[in-house]
Design a protein around this ligand. Structure first.
Ligand SMILES: [Zn+2]
Ligand SMILES: [Zn+2]
Length: 387
């Protein structure tokens, strides 16, 4: 069957599947309903299905011909703890929201599974990897640690993310770093609370905390090379309850992004030093709970070249761009790319310019991307495993 006809036929069902995922969002490592659906669907298509990796992860394997080459394509399945404000008739029936479009990524890969199984137009093995917990717990790393690539050897791995800030149907790719490493610091300023009218009897952690927030602005500006991209964002400041009370402590939560491992180390060193020394200068004490999260996502050259070539053939050169700069967001596909060569890219979904950005309570995945994603994954896998 011709690819486009096969995909057109399957589209009403696929849109229904995507909207069903949207109506039933599940948070990281709790994607039991989604995961069970994915497993059943793949089994019905004739895939060999393995469940239980990283709790709710699923791998669907399909071989054809005698070829020994193999490709892995990954979709993420988890939703976010955001209260939905879309007003859709298929709005979430449970707490949480598919505000990052992982419902669409999962549906796309299921659509590709159908097309690949129907056409059997490849020579080798395809592993479709449905991973949990991209947003929080690093499902990709858990799957890798549980032996993903020993059990399902992949010569190369690929993944995509929809992007409402890029034009509809645009493929945005990049050789080398494409997403940043992310870390989090929780700074607690330990003061001495008391009456708001008697500050001399207290040690005010709000004033000290405010000073720390301002001093943190100098880390990127004054300590990091101007050509090394990095971000230090104070995303939360919790302290106090009323104007006549000086609280006992203040908590500052900082998000840190970088690419270069040496820069990452320097950011941590400076943030710890500023918190500690600023607090000391106020006669207080600060403790820092510093947690390293995802590493940077770094694409491999040969696989990015193959991706670009396939995308240009698929969509035309005017729909394929090489990103001049990486994004400062983060992605745990990083850990698959540390184990196997591959490439991660963005697929634009902006039509009107009014689209809500990822992680916005009004965000909804654009279903018009489904046939593009399905056809592209199918073509990429078939091209990689060409007869
Ligand atoms: Zn996200
Ligand atoms: Zn996402």
């Amino acid at each position: 069957m011709k690819l486009s006809a096969s995909i057109d036929n399957a589209m009403p069902e696929l849109v229904a599947i995507r909207r069903d995922f949207h109506a039933h969002p599940e948070l990281g490592l709790a994607e039991t309903r989604t995961s069970a659906f994915v497993a059943r669907h793949l089994e019905a298509l004739g895939f060999e299905v393995t469940t239980g990796l990283a709790k709710t992860g699923v791998v669907g394997t399909l071989s054809c011909g005698t070829g020994s080459r193999s490709i892995g394509i990954r979709a993420d399945m988890d939703a976010l703890p955001i209260a939905e404000e879309t007003g859709l008739d298929y709005a979430s029936k449970t707490p949480g929201l598919h505000a990052c479009g992982h419902d669409g990524h999962t549906a796309m890969l299921l659509g590709a599974a159908r097309a690949l199984a129907e056409r059997k137009n490849f020579n080798g093995t395809i592993h479709l990897i449905f991973q949990p917990a991209e947003e929080n717990a690093g499902g990709a790393k858990i799957m890798v640690d549980e032996g993903l690539f020993e059990r399902f050897p992949c010569d190369a791995v690929f993944a995509l993310h929809n992007e409402p800030n890029l034009p509809f149907g645009q493929f945005a790719l990049r050789d080398g770093p494409i997403m940043a490493a992310v870390d989090e610091a929780r700074i607690t300023v330990h003061g001495r609370g008391g009456h708001g009218a008697e500050p001399q009897e207290t040690a005010d952690p709000i004033v000290c905390g405010a000073s720390i927030v301002m001093a943190l602005q100098t880390v990127v500006a004054r300590n990091i090379h101007p050509m090394d991209p990095s971000v230090v964002t104070v995303g939360a400041f919790h302290a106090g309850s009323a104007s006549n009370i000086i609280p006992e402590r203040a908590e500052i939560v900082v998000g840190i992004r970088s690419f270069d491992p040496a820069v990452r180390d320097e950011l941590e060193r400076r943030i710890r030093m500023i918190a500690k020394s600023q607090a000391e200068s106020f006669g207080m004490r600060a403790t820092v709970d510093y947690e390293r999260s995802y590493d940077a996502t770094v694409n491999h050259k040969a696989e990015t070249d193959f991706l670009r070539e396939t995308a240009i053939r698929f969509a035309g050169a005017d729909h394929v761009v090489d990103l001049q700069r990486p994004f400062m967001g983060s992605e745990d596909f990083a850990y698959m790319l540390k184990e196997r060569p591959g490439s991660y890219f963005f697929l634009g979904s902006r039509v009107t310019g009014e689209e809500k950005s990822l992680h916005h309570p009004g965000y909804n995945f654009n279903d018009d991307l489904l046939p593009i994603g399905v056809a592209f994954w199918t073509e990429l896998a078939e091209a990689y495993l060409a007869r």
